[in-house]
Design a protein around this ligand. Structure first.
Ligand code: HEM
Length: 421
């Protein structure tokens, strides 16, 4: 069911008003149809949900907004209020650097992130990414049936191990960071995760930072600790803000991307066979899966100044939702047949990693993990079938899309490694 999209003219500011809420069940039932209706009626529209916000669903509007940090601010401090400004409604969860800051304040943190997550450093992670993926597949391959949602733990364990945090805690980080993006906002599960589990995990990260401060090594936390911010040593609190962002950035998104691609490839066996026959197509296919599935569907900003923007008058302090997923299905983005998967699509200027100064710092790692998971599954379980009738999706898909369960059957195979998870 899609939401009713009736563009009317408001008496206040001539703004097209739509009935839309990206956190509502009606939207989660079919986000693609919901955004398509919005784009056709009003690519920049106002909704009264959550105290009111602009919804940017057209490619050009999203692109322009994301490139103008002054007009569309990511900062928590912009226009007061508590909580993370890149979410609607704002949530009082831990502060994250650089994503919760605008340039120039964000830049010193972003420079550190860029070095830490550069293509050459990520290439060094390849053996670890391949080993964990093999171990996860080993864990299920002899049985002939498994919940492929379990594979979504791969990015979590890699992230936690790479950061040199306690690997035995990886399930806790994985669960908490996925739930915060997918559980209904008023559910007991969401409240417990945000008020108890995430703060408890942050304490663990804090302890690891303090320990690393005493014994610097060659791990990512030590790498960050060696840096200065504006000529003074970085504080433990700032390191926590960055590490917590790395965990939340990498855990749910790659899980969402690989899960959705596996489900789609189960039904589209011709494309699956092409990827099996010619694995060199995988790199481009992952770009197309990024566009088509848009794991991070939409993030928010706060309007920094009164302005005319794509035909409407935006006001300082207004909130705005930038729907990357909608831009990705807009022909104005240069996408021919945007609702079709074309694994050889080129060029493919998708918005799945965002646009502008906050464009995903972890894109190289995200791509490597997704490619490795898909390649190994197709190599080792080429005939897998997802039982689509038993698949369950996240109850809330306005921020991140993904699966809770993805039951699959396949011809059993042999383990490759002696080591076990
Ligand atoms: C398929 C995988 C991924 C997707 C779809 C994705 C999506 C995004 C998006 C849309 C943004 C922009 C946020 C904004 O404009 O407000 C972003 C930023 C970011 N992502 Fe990713 N991400 C992915 C993987 C990762 C991974 C693996 C990591 C870490 C290892 C990561 C770390 C970050 C960080 C640190 C930022 C903030 C950059 C900044 O504020 O300057 N992401 N990501």
């Amino acid at each position: 069911m899609t939401q009713q999209i009736d563009a009317e003219t408001s008496s206040r500011t001539d703004r097209p008003i739509v009935e839309f809420d990206h956190n509502a069940e009606a939207h989660s039932a079919d986000p693609v149809a919901s955004y398509r209706a919005l784009r056709e009626k009003a690519p920049v529209a106002w909704t009264d949900a959550w105290g009111g916000y602009w919804v940017l669903s057209g490619y050009d509007a999203i692109f322009d907004a994301a490139r103008d940090d002054e007009m569309f601010s990511s900062a928590r401090s912009a226009h007061g209020g508590e909580g993370q400004a890149i979410l609607i409604p704002k949530r009082p969860i831990a502060e994250h650097f650089p994503i919760d800051l605008d340039p120039p304040a964000s830049m010193p943190y972003r420079r550190i992130m860029n070095q830490l997550l550069s293509p050459s450093r990520i290439e060094e992670m390849r053996p670890m990414v391949e080993r964990y993926t093999t171990l996860f597949i080993d864990d299920i391959i002899e049985s002939g049936e498994a919940d492929f949602a379990a594979l979504t733990g791969i990015p979590s364990i890699i992230t936690i191990d790479w950061l040199s945090l306690s690997v035995e805690d990886w399930r806790r980080y994985s669960f908490a960071h996925r739930k915060v993006l997918s559980a209904p906002l008023d559910s007991a599960e969401y409240i417990k995760v945000t008020t108890e589990e995430l703060p408890a995990l942050a304490e663990k990260v804090k302890a690891a930072i303090a320990e690393r401060r005493r014994n610097l090594g060659d791990d990512p936390i030590s790498f960050i600790l060696r840096h200065e911010i504006d000529g003074r040593p970085i504080t433990d609190e700032e390191v926590l803000n960055m590490v917590d962002l790395i965990i939340s950035g990498g855990v749910g998104t790659v899980a969402s991307l690989s899960g959705q691609a596996l489900e789609w490839l189960s039904a589209n066996t011709d494309v699956r066979q092409r990827l099996i026959d010619d694995p060199s197509l995988m790199q481009n296919a992952v770009e197309e899966f990024l566009r088509y599935f848009s794991p991070t569907q939409a993030l928010a900003r706060t309007v920094g100044k009164d302005a005319d923007f794509h035909g409407v008058k935006i006001k300082e302090g207004d909130r705005a939702l930038l729907a990357w997923s909608s831009g990705n299905r807009d022909a104005a983005g240069g996408f021919e047949n945007p609702d079709e998967v074309d694994i050889e699509r080129m060029p493919n200027r998708h918005m799945s990693f965002g646009v502008g100064s906050h464009r995903c710092a972890g894109s190289h790692l995200g791509r490597l993990m997704a490619r490795t998971i898909l390649t190994q599954v197709l190599e080792r379980m080429p005939d897998y079938q997802v039982d689509r009738a038993k698949v369950t999706r996240y109850p809330r898909q306005g921020v991140n899309t993904g699966f809770e369960t993805l039951p699959a059957t396949f011809t059993p195979g042999k383990r490759l490694l002696e080591e076990r998870l």
